[in-house]
Design a protein around this ligand. Sequence first.
Ligand code: DQA
Length: 153
Amino acid sequence: MKTALILNGPNLNLLGTREPAVYGSQTLVDVEKLCAQACTTHGFALDFRQSNHEGQLVDWLHEAGRLHATGKLVGVILNAGAYTHTSIALFDAIKGTGISLIELHISNVFAREAFRHHSYISPAAKAVMCGLGVSGYALAIAGLATMQTGVSA
Ligand code: DQA
């Protein structure tokens, strides 16, 4: 069984209480449960993580690259939070690994402040999803299945 790795960046541990009008009321634990269900549907093992630290996210992307090299990774879904808009290190890590990665945002970043309109992740991502709330995570897992087979379940 291949693994779907879901990485969450800074402040996503605050989901549920953080700006609920923007991010909704579901917690990161709720999101993990949602992802577990979607992974069961698609026959993937789930590896779900969150860190507030850029270097930790870089290390996890390198780990994903090693798993990818063994053929055991279906892909990565990355919500890099604010590092999306600042991190050349994350861009380089994705480019350096050869992994299939979907960039995900809970909110529609293009309908928000101008500083959220630029992403360092997008040019290195296979796909980008934003504005669908936390249900975007389940849709992105379906997206990994589609990218793998060309057919959605
Ligand atoms: C976010 C959007 C980012 O601009 C923001 O910094 C976040 C969350 C989202 O999921 O909508 O932390 O990635």
